[in-house]
Design a binder for this molecule. Structure first.
Ligand code: FES
Length: 217
């Protein structure tokens, strides 16, 4: 296996040739906020816009999940331009999501809490006007609940269901502000192709998908 050497936040690290900067950093204990990235995906969606980093020699920040590690590359995950973009992406996300950590089963293990702490952004940020979707919670599955108001549209559940398990019960519907994760035909999950394997709940980084029997997991 060929490797390349690069520097991230002053630390010399090695990465597999062709590895994206995000994984090179995470594998070496350097956290970069991310929601939509999957190591197995060759063409990343880059939809959450949280993983901005600065690369020496590049005039603009780049997303770490799409940037390939190169020999001699110098990466800064804490540059002001990268942080500004990541904070804005997070605050926009929070503006359209229900933030109710006190009553959320995933509080403590929610990736949004971790990212907000890392970027020093308040979960109840007021920078952008709050615009909630007020969608009904789907409790039709015997195994889990789906609260679309807490979904960050990362696509992790869809990918696991379709690509890893070959079931394909879940998908995205609509565009823009109305975009949401749902089932084929927008049926309740309990009446869909869902086989209750639980993998989508494990993949969900927020409180959108929660087990009924083990709410905090
Ligand atoms: S992890 Fe890079 S854009 Fe979402």
């Amino acid at each position: 296996m060929k490797t390349v050497s690069l520097t991230i936040d002053g630390k010399k690290v090695k990465a597999r040739q062709g590895e994206k900067v995000l994984w090179a950093a995470l594998d070496n204990g350097i956290y970069i906020p991310n929601l939509c990235a999957r190591r197995e995906t060759l063409a990343p969606d880059a939809s959450c816009r949280l993983c901005w980093v600065e690369v020496k020699g590049k005039s603009q920040p780049v997303t770490a999940c799409t940037e390939t590690s190169e020999e001699g590359m110098v990466v800064n995950t804490r540059g002001p331009a990268a942080l500004r973009l990541a904070r804005t992406a997070l605050e926009l996300l929070l503006a359209s999501n229900v933030v109710d950590c006190a009553n959320c089963p995933k509080s403590g293990s929610c990736e949004l809490q971790k990212i907000a702490a890392h970027l020093k952004v308040k979960l109840k940020t007021r920078r952008f006007r709050k615009l909630l979707r007020n969608l009904p919670v789907d409790s039709s599955s015997p195994v889990f609940t789906y609260d679309p108001n807490k979904c960050v549209l990362c696509g992790q559940c869809i990918w696991v269901c379709r690509e890893r398990l070959g079931i394909g019960a879940l998908g995205f519907a609509h565009r823009g502000f109305n975009r949401r994760m749902t089932t084929f035909g927008d049926e309740p999950i309990g009446q869909s192709e869902c086989q209750e394997c639980r993998e989508c709940v494990l993949a969900c980084p927020t409180g959108a998908l929660c087990f009924k029997d083990k709410p905090g997991s």
